[in-house]
Design a protein around this ligand. Sequence first.
Ligand SMILES: Nc1ncnc2c1ncn2[C@@H]1O[C@H](COP(=O)(O)OP(=O)(O)OP(=O)(O)O)[C@@H](O)[C@H]1O
Ligand SMILES: [Mg+2]
Length: 284
Amino acid sequence: MIDPAKKEEVLIEALPYIQTYEGKTFVIKYGGAVMTDDRLKQTFAKDVTILRKIGINIIIVHGGGKEITATAETLGIPTTFVDGQRYTDEKMIEVVLMVLAGQINKEIVNLININGGNAIGLCGVDNLLLRARKLVTEGRDLGLVGEITSVNVPFLSLLLQNGMMPVIAPVGVGDGGQLYNINADLAAGAVASALKAEKLVYLSDTEGILVKEKLVSSMTKSEASRFIDEGDIFGGMIPKVTSAFDTLAAGVNKVHIIDGRIKHSLLLEIFTDEGIGTQMVHES
Ligand SMILES: Nc1ncnc2c1ncn2[C@@H]1O[C@H](COP(=O)(O)OP(=O)(O)OP(=O)(O)O)[C@@H](O)[C@H]1O
Ligand SMILES: [Mg+2]
């Protein structure tokens, strides 16, 4: 049990943040260990429900790369990565839809709704939420990997105004109904940008951005580019960082990368003076 004085202190410290964020929109990218550990899943569902109940609009965009790979393997479909991105053919996009927009999406929605969070599960196909086209990258073909061309903002606003919490699987839809597999970090950034959200939070299984094993608590775009060039930021961290700065440029106030492995890290980041993880900020 926390002693009552401490509890009071925590609640009082949270009050100005609650007042500031009431009616604002937060986009949360849900990925890494917090998506697979049973205890962390439960606390995440409670945290987002609390945020919603105090009047913050919450949108969740989730990943699920490990689960897609595992199901594809069970079905005898091989997985190939090109520069850290999943090569997606006709067979693989079916697995992506089934696992991301089906199994994982509904599991998250169900957990949140057990806690009373009014979650609604969607993917880009639903009411053309995420329109996309084939991602063209220099000299590499990633198959049906897409990039978002537009987000159906009026639809999301309608859901938020009615107290619902959209939970989005990053599958996009192109002309003629073609499905595209979209990197969840980039999808979260595109949704936050389109909505001009107050915050974009990446929940991942790292303390934040580490450089030479030390946590960097605040980072500008030029610093990030240098860390990428020097190899201190690599792999799965690259789409988060690139998307973070695109999102800031689009008018989103703050982007955070925080540790989903810490219980209630989302609440700690939002409601305490210290904050945790890495904050991406505009050049001063
Ligand atoms: N400078 C860095 N600091 C911290 N992590 C880094 C850094 N550079 C690369 N990484 C890697 O990025 C990983 C996080 O990205 P990853 O794509 O694996 O997870 P995620 O995006 O949270 O989950 P998912 O892709 O399943 O949605 C870390 O586990 C770490 O290995
Ligand atoms: Mg990732």
